[in-house]
Ligand binder design. Structure first.
Ligand code: CP3
Length: 335
């Protein structure tokens, strides 16, 4: 059973903190050697079956000069949020490779090291809605008041914003595959804030255009959202190959949704609640085995239901990978 962890690089690793410094992550990702090294750290430490490039969903919008900072402990912040038509001019098209040459260089360096071990590298991009939410809110939000207001107040403008961000995600992801990424994950972390009707009307067409634009590359396309159980049927129809699920939806249900979607995903990814990685081993291992049982072994990529939490002991994640690798879900199911 393959396993990797969302946010496997980063704060929980002492070797990451040794490189991290106190500057902006948006500066650190521009140093290809450091970014490649940070990408490799969790592979060495945990023995996970995939690396994910050390970058950020805000890299393309920052690269075209929208004015983004990523603050430690808070997340992306925007000094001048997107409020009106004229702000579209601040989102010129992404010029790949030049705008994101640093990430592409980091991918090449990481892939050169990973190849001998046969470990694939996952590239990623932020889905249009999640990136838009930061641009419109000006920072992280729990209610998305401004985003939802713009969506209903001016649907054509909201649609143009998402179309621009979809093109950016597509260009960024295509360039990453060109540089050696063997799969792409599209993170729509905050889309679960929408109702199914809103998602279908305002978001799905744009997510679908990203997936359709990547289809000819022939790499697995993973789509993931948090708190999005109520949207799973719609998300399964976006053209992805793998459906990322958080812990709120049992993997068996996600598999059923995938199977009942014509041309839908062949696999599910997830979905251990990352909170259990901080719990005692007995609790963690019991929950992990339950996830493996639910996943059923075939068409399941083991992962967490969201990113590794900052307080996680790296030793627990190593043990978790060992457990996943040494467990045969078929035996679990009958045992
Ligand atoms: O394994 C990895 O960490 C891969 C690289 C990666 C980062 N960000 C680096 C990063 C990935 C896949 C992301 C995706 C990302 N970035 C998402 C989608 C995934 C998710 O968790 O839902 C989102 C919403 C962002 C925006 C963002 N960037 C947030 C919310 C934060 C956290 C702010 C904080 O400190 O709590 C960031 C900063 C960030 N991006 C860190 C890392 C490793 C935090 C550590 C640091 O600042 O060094």
């Amino acid at each position: 059973m393959p396993a990797w962890f969302m946010r496997q690089a980063g704060r929980s690793l002492p070797e990451y903190r040794a490189i991290r410094g106190s500057g902006s992550i948006l500066d650190l990702v521009k140093e290809p050697e450091a970014a490649a090294e940070i990408t490799l750290q969790p592979v060495r430490r945990y023995g996970v079956d995939a690396a994910i490039i050390y970058s950020d969903i805000m890299v393309p919008v920052a690269a075209v000069g929208f004015g983004i900072e990523v603050t430690q402990g808070r997340g992306p912040v925007v000094a001048e949020p997107f409020t009106r038509e004229a702000d579209l001019a601040r989102l010129r098209p992404l010029e790949a490779p030049s705008d994101v040459a640093f990430t592409l260089e980091a991918i090449k360096m990481a892939v050169a090291e990973l190849e001998s071990a046969g470990v694939p590298l996952i590239g990623f991009a932020g889905a249009p809605f999640t990136v838009a939410s930061y641009l419109v809110e000006g920072g992280p939000s729990s209610t998305y008041v401004k985003t939802k207001t713009l969506m209903w107040d001016d649907p054509p403008l909201f649609g143009r914003l998402l179309a621009v961000l979809a093109q950016m995600a597509l260009d960024f992801a295509r360039a990453q595959v060109g540089a050696g990424a063997a799969a792409v994950q599209l993170f729509d972390s905050w889309t679960g804030a929408l109702s199914p009707g809103e998602y279908e009307r305002f978001v799905l067409p744009h997510t679908r255009s990203v997936m359709e634009g990547l289809a000819d590359l022939g790499v697995p396309l993973i789509h993931f959202g948090v708190g999005a159980s109520h949207l799973m049927k719609l998300m399964a129809g976006c053209g992805c190959d793998v459906l990322g699920v958080d812990w709120r939806m049992p993997l068996g249900n996600a598999k059923a949704v995938a199977a009942s979607t014509p041309g839908g995903p062949q696999a599910v990814q997830g979905n251990l609640d990352p909170v259990y990685c901080i719990a005692p081993w007995k609790v963690l291992s019991d929950r992990a085995l339950a996830v493996l049982r639910e996943g059923g072994g075939i068409g399941h990529v083991f992962n967490l239901g969201h990113g590794v939490l900052p307080g996680t002991d790296p030793g627990m994640l190593s043990r978790l990978v060992e457990l996943v690798h040494s467990t045969d879900p078929a035996v679990l199911a009958h045992g």
